[in-house]
Design a protein around this ligand. Sequence first.
Ligand code: PMP
Length: 430
Amino acid sequence: MHQITKSNNLFEEAQNYIPGGVNSPVRAFKAVGGNPIFIKKAKGAFIYDEDGNEYIELINSWGPMILGHANEKIEEAVHEAVKGSLSFGAPTAKEIEMAKTICEMVPSIEKVRMVNSGTEATMSAVRLARGYTGRSKVIKFEGCYHGHGDSFLIAAGSGAITLGEPNSPGVTKGTARDTITVPFNDINKVHEAVMANKDNVAAVIIEPVAGNMGCILPNQGYLEALRKICDSEGIVLIFDEVMTGFRLSKAGAQGVFNVQPDLTTLGKIIGGGMPVGAYGGKKEIMDFVAPVGPVYQAGTLSGNPVAMAAGHAMLNEITSDESLYSDLALITAKLENGIQAGLDELGLPYTINRIGSMISLFFTSEKVTDFEGAKKCDLKLFGQYFREMLKRGVYLPPSQFESWFISKSITPALADRIIEASNESLKAIH
Ligand code: PMP
């Protein structure tokens, strides 16, 4: 029997001191029902809660732990860095190594600035695009999530939609007016929005593969078409690769789809589990950032030596593993096929979207290509499935509007265990 007594007690106590008991909303399991489990430790493919239950990890800190937990090389690098003090607030050689590695891995990035989160990266990139173009409007896509900066909490995915607040109170009307939202995968709507705001759109920001309304792929030719519109209208194209960066390939989604943005935002994997983000791109645009340029952006802890050590060790691990992305794709395809077979057997309505090691199971028989499609899924059924999987020792993201993240630590035998748990869970909710 799956006991979570300690987690339940901790959750009760946490709510007295922390809003909702959590430091990031989706962690509260509000959309799927039940109480969150409190984590004690993790290693490789496994995560352990305070009650001593073991789960196979399919969240992986929402993406960063692509190699699995407590990777030895990354931990060694951190231990070494800690010995030299936790922070200087001054330049270090490690930051150059980090920047050079990023520029080598992601060819569209000629210069890069380190920050402390994905949110900071996207906020800074949009400010830079505005400063560079002298324009004010930003086009974003319904269901895409770019962190919790004011400009992005409009038709936002991830926790915002999970909690039913895609437009957050607290964002001023003025800010909201400068964000134009259009549906994902509909190029005509982008065209219309650009024409209706001619010479006033600073940036188009997109998750090139959306992960924050579940995993949704761009239609064929869609990213190319965006590139074309941005080129002809002098708009800065920003790929938010906080999730897809170093996950879909060494050069992220842009490496897979072969479309080069002007700016890229990064986070998650780039920190190896430490709080790190980055934004980078064309030299000409990046040189608008202070202190060379007029657009201000700063950070007391930016380029932190411990975070850089972790991130750099992670990127080294990725570059030295020739078969990482093909292995990840293979194991995720195995999961996809196994889960699909179970759904087919029971005749349940479903759609599975997958690319590489990002995968989402949607409880709908219709194709899911945009936010409207994602919202039509049977959320109640997803919640039931989630809870059944948890009981069987599989830790899925507690929301239909999140991608699952598969790590290198998932072996074929573990994939079989996940498939078995899925089959049993589906039977239980059928
Ligand atoms: N952009 C994307 C695409 C994301 O998925 C996220 C976080 N899930 C963010 C930005 C924000 O990153 P952070 O949570 O590190 O602020």
